[in-house]
Design a protein around this ligand. Structure first.
Ligand code: IFM
Length: 461
């Protein structure tokens, strides 16, 4: 529950969500924004020629999503996007990170769907009219269902279809996009979608997860030349969800468990991109699960990128139950969010400094997602989300420390602009800076949004 507002003990708004004094994050050339994704907010699932996605199918399969909820309406952003852009402008962000719904913009034969494409043109125009930049993700998990029926990410063919989709959208939106992201969190698409079945399309086979990951990354590599050719001024990159792993004790076996966790969570995605190879220790975890890799694939995957987006939420604490395995350990002393995720800002600094050490060719980093879910509700017209305010402030400080220790970070996007459809958890988990009443679609800026806005208005340079 939110704490009641008590003006006598309130910290000034200006101090609630801001980096420490002297942080390079105060400079105006450090970019701030907020993010969303298509399936989580758009709704309009059956309008203007949008095809079925794997998430529509998954949500309509009993037992997959809490309370059987789905994205049919979500935040109704498809119809209310002007109002949502006004909220972003009111907050004073520099950029908005959103994704395109692939099933909205192409028909089953791969031909463009002008009505769907037009929505994203209007969205980008609306951003530009309000002085904001567009950070556009091509794939945030809503694969057209007809492509899943042809093998989904298990089929090599799909990597080529993804490149066609990237070519189409970068041609159609040419001149309007500041940064392209090929994939958001390929770890989730591969592991949660194909390995443990927690996400659509719901398969449970780690060998399949490894092959799906390879095709996701190959699709990324195949898409890069088209993105660069059609939109030469835009940045091009990929977004990974990473977490540092810490050993529960100093024993060699627990330290190995932490290493194996990071192999599974981080380097499975990052080594192919920055070293052109899969981390060999992954096959200690999943014996015999190596994907089929054809000659030339790794060179395509490891082409240089302009930036790497990192989505950071929490850390993992690990022990070794037996050789070549890891197991999560619960630390009862650490604060948690309503996702039951630990609040662990130091992990952001540790992660960034490790990436900086491990990959000499690391491009500029962006925090492309950071934020938390809480049980927010509107009281007397206000949402005083104190845990979120403190969470953001502490993570801004951790990012500052990493930058002061030499890590190049160019921007920071808070997840999320709006309370939205949190995948298998439905609408119960509220990540928004803006509270959404899903009965009425009324938006209310939470106090974290007001404080973020106050900070953004006081930047220098
Ligand atoms: O809501 C998701 C988002 O779609 C991807 N990154 C993590 C967020 C919180 O779980």
């Amino acid at each position: 529950m939110n704490m009641p507002l008590d003006p006598s003990v309130a910290t000034p708004l200006s101090d609630l969500v801001s980096p420490p004094a002297g942080s390079p994050m105060w400079q105006r050339n450090f970019l701030f924004g907020a993010g969303t994704s298509s399936y989580q907010i758009e709704g309009a699932a059956h309008e203007d020629g949008r095809l079925e996605s794997i998430w529509d199918r998954f949500c309509n399969t009993p037992g997959k999503v809490l309370r059987g909820e789905n994205g049919d309406v979500a935040c109704d952003h498809y119809h209310r996007f002007e109002e949502d852009l006004d909220l972003l402008q009111r907050m004073g962000v520099d950029a908005y990170r959103f994704s395109i719904a692939w099933p909205r913009v192409m028909d089953e034969a791969g031909r463009p769907n002008a009505r769907g494409i037009d929505f994203y043109k209007r969205l980008i125009d609306g951003l530009h009219r309000r002085g904001m930049k567009a950070f556009v993700t091509l794939y945030h998990w809503d694969l057209p269902q007809h492509l899943e029926e042809r093998g989904g990410w298990l089929s090599r063919e799909i990597a080529y279809r993804f490149a066609d989709y990237a070519e189409l959208m970068s041609r159609e939106l040419s001149g309007g996009v500041a940064a392209w992201t090929t994939h958001n969190e390929p770890w989730c698409s591969a592991y949660l979608g194909y390995g443990d079945g927690h996400h659509a399309p719901g398969h449970k086979n780690v060998r399949w997860a490894a092959q799906a990951m390879h095709h996701l990354l190959l699709g990324h590599g195949l898409a890069l030349p088209a993105l660069r050719a059609n939109e030469p001024k835009a940045l091009v990159g990929l977004v990974a969800n990473c977490a540092p792993g810490y050993a529960a004790t100093d024993s060699a076996s627990d330290r190995d468990a932490a290493h194996l966790f990071e192999t599974f969570q981080n380097t499975w995605v990052l080594d192919p991109l920055f070293k052109g190879e899969y981390p060999k220790d992954l096959w200690r975890l999943w014996k015999g699960a190596e994907p089929l890799v054809l000659a030339g694939d790794m060179d395509k995957i490891a082409q240089p990128m302009d930036y790497l987006g990192i989505n950071y939420y929490s850390r993992a604490l690990l022990r070794s139950p037996e050789a070549d395995k890891f197991e999560w350990v619960r630390d009862p002393a650490v604060e948690r969010t309503s996702m039951d995720w630990e609040v662990y800002p130091q992990g952001l600094q540790d992660l960034f400094e490790k990436l900086h050490r491990d990959y000499p060719n690391l491009p500029a980093l962006y925090v492309t997602e950071n934020g938390m879910s809480s049980h927010d509700s509107v009281q007397d017209g206000e949402v005083d989300d104190r845990q979120r305010q403190a969470y953001l402030k502490a993570h801004f400080a951790a990012c500052t420390r990493a930058m002061q220790n030499g890590v190049k970070v160019d921007g920071y996007f808070i997840w999320s602009l709006l309370d939205n459809f949190e995948w298998a958890f439905g609408y119960e988990r509220r990540f928004g800076l803006v509270h959404v009443d899903f009965e009425t679609q009324k938006r209310t800026l939470k106090k974290s949004a007001l404080a973020y806005s106050d900070f953004l208005g006081r930047r220098i340079g």
